[in-house]
Design a protein around this ligand. Structure first.
Ligand code: COA
Length: 391
């Protein structure tokens, strides 16, 4: 008897899920062809120019910008949740001051989850409340961790300051200049949301098992830590440090040195952090707005050499590979100029992205399907333990 040969279809494997559309979302739209990013239909550039981070957080969660009353209610909840929970402080104090600040954030998110009065409630109302509480609590964690690593005392929150001004106050213990608050607020808006990026997808995967909001955010923080994702803003600063920041160096000289550095890095086939993007191939829609904020900080702090290093790397990468900077590229030096330690940069991203992650968690719960892809096995053929060689 002859048997028909079986046709083997090669599975359609998309490494890194590149190009795969896995679900609908109404939260943000990334259009790589037009380099545009919309949050709930609004261009992010307009939001950065005209709204506060608190308004944008409300928009991401609720789909509409808030009325005065709605904003006041959100701000009241945010201010009420700003203090560093003593239990979280005790856990942070038990960790070595050498621990990466992202590990501190991840641990804090987990502790806050275990202590939340609605811990096991994943109703839309409970998730909304947990999202706001976590958003309100994270700046104190980030600020305190930077201070303790510097051997400084905790600074209590200031309830008369808005979110960004209070964040800077708790970190530095000085009332920040208006331009600095504005630039920081712009960065928070730009970092808030970006569709199905790796950390947001992580949060959605965890949520899809019907796990709780804090577990999903804790996992997302782990995903964001990596240098191919959020960790790139720190890595950009390491590049600047490696090239050498020489205060008062003329802009052109700094640019010449950074161009030379880029030439060497590309000759060695290095990936240069802060450049390239999985979705945007002709430039990141958020960069011009963040670069304008960086320019203001360079003028505010009088540091043209930073612009020289920035321009040199950007030009050399463009000439060699036509790869454009992503948001992390201008954000890193902006935070550096403000006085943040480099390892604190990605935790700032966490504080912002909590809004986007939790909006996605709420959306996932509302229309859930367990996320469980398939894999194609290419290991050993079936064999028997009892027939092992050498027994
Ligand atoms: N530096 C140098 N070369 C880069 C590069 C970078 N930052 N980003 C991409 N490339 C090159 C790759 O080497 C590759 O070249 P090749 O085809 O000659 O091998 C090509 O561009 C495609 O890169 P690839 O990594 O396959 O694209 P991707 O879509 O998978 O990568 C990133 C997207 C973000 C992972 C990638 O650009 C990267 O690693 N960037 C640096 C990290 C970063 O800034 N992350 C923050 C993202 S918001």
């Amino acid at each position: 008897m002859t048997t028909e040969p079986t046709t083997v279809h090669a599975p359609d494997i998309r490494k890194g899920l590149a190009g795969v559309v896995v679900d609908y979302t109404a939260i943000s739209k990334v259009n790589a062809d037009t380099n545009s990013l919309l949050y709930r239909g609004y261009p992010v550039q307009e939001l950065a120019a005209e709204c506060s981070f608190e308004e944008v957080a409300y928009l991401l969660w609720n789909g509409e910008l808030p009325s005065k009353e709605e904003l006041a209610a959100l701000v009241a909840l945010e201010r009420a949740g700003r203090a560093l929970d003593p239990a979280v402080k005790a856990v942070i104090d038990a960790l070595p001051s050498t621990a990466h600040p992202m590990d501190i954030c991840r641990t804090a998110a987990s502790v806050l989850g275990a202590r939340h009065e609605l811990a096991e409630d994943s109703s839309p109302e409970a998730n909304m409340r947990k999202a706001i509480d976590l958003w309100a609590a994270m700046p104190a964690v980030v600020a305190y961790d930077q201070r303790r690593r510097r051997g400084q005392e905790i600074i209590e929150r200031r309830d008369d300051l808005d979110y960004s001004a209070n964040f800077l106050w708790m970190t530095f213990g000085e009332e920040p200049a208006d331009e600095v608050v504005e630039a920081f607020d712009v960065s928070m808006i730009l970092y808030a949301e970006h569709s199905f990026n790796a950390s947001t997808f992580t949060a959605r995967v965890v949520t899809s098992t019907l796990s709780d909001l804090h577990s999903a955010v804790t996992a997302a923080i782990g995903a964001l830590k990596g240098p191919l994702h959020g960790g790139a803003n720190e890595a950009v600063m390491h590049t600047f440090d490696e090239i050498g920041i020489r205060q008062e160096e003329p802009l052109e000289e700094a640019a010449t040195r950074s161009k030379a550095w880029m030439g060497n890095a590309l000759a060695q086939k290095k990936k240069v952090m802060g450049f390239g993007h999985r979705v945007y191939k002709h430039g990141d829609s958020r960069v011009p707005t963040m670069k304008a904020a960086l320019d203001k900080m360079i003028a505010h702090y009088g540091r043209p050499e930073i612009l020289g290093l920035y321009n040199g790397l950007e030009q050399a990468m463009d000439e060699a590979k036509a790869i454009k900077p992503n948001l992390d590229y201008p954000a890193g030096p902006t935070y550096h100029l403000m006085g943040f330690d480099t390892p604190t940069f990605t935790p700032i991203f966490v504080a912002s992205r909590i809004t986007g992650w939790t909006a996605h968690i709420i959306e996932q719960v509302a229309s859930n399907s367990l996320i469980r892809p398939l894999s194609e096995y290419k290991g050993k053929d079936q064999r028997s333990v009892s027939l092992r060689e050498g027994l």
